[in-house]
Design a protein around this ligand. Sequence first.
Ligand code: SF4
Ligand code: SF4
Length: 135
Amino acid sequence: MEKRKLVLTFSEDIVTQPITYRLVKDYDLSFNILRAEITPDMEGKILIEISGTRKNIEKGVQYLKGAGVSIQEAVKDIILDKDLCVSCGLCTSLCITQALTPDKKTRKLLFDKEKCILCGLCANSCPLDAIKLNI
Ligand code: SF4
Ligand code: SF4
């Protein structure tokens, strides 16, 4: 048995379709949704932990890709270095879950770890390397 943490991205045309239940029914996999940010008519992202045999996980991943879901391995953690960050806001535009947002009054960058789905997209956007990924 293997476990993998994956970030699934659903485009707006498939975000409301019941796609993931087939992982259980057709591929004998179990999964936990660890975090999710899904809004009807918009892109959605979920972080899942998927369990099953390596072969079945691969088949399930191929099924999801065929259904139009983008998949990436989740990172283990992200760390924001507040000493390096100058609150330019570049990273906030990439964070669909709004884990990274500017403070409404001070414009300083806020990081809400509870909302982070560990997709890792923000790290590459930072010109100062203030966001580190633990892969
Ligand atoms: S891109 Fe980097 S410097 Fe700019 S707000 Fe985000 S973490 Fe801070
Ligand atoms: S890894 Fe970065 S972009 Fe992804 S959800 Fe977390 S803070 Fe947002």
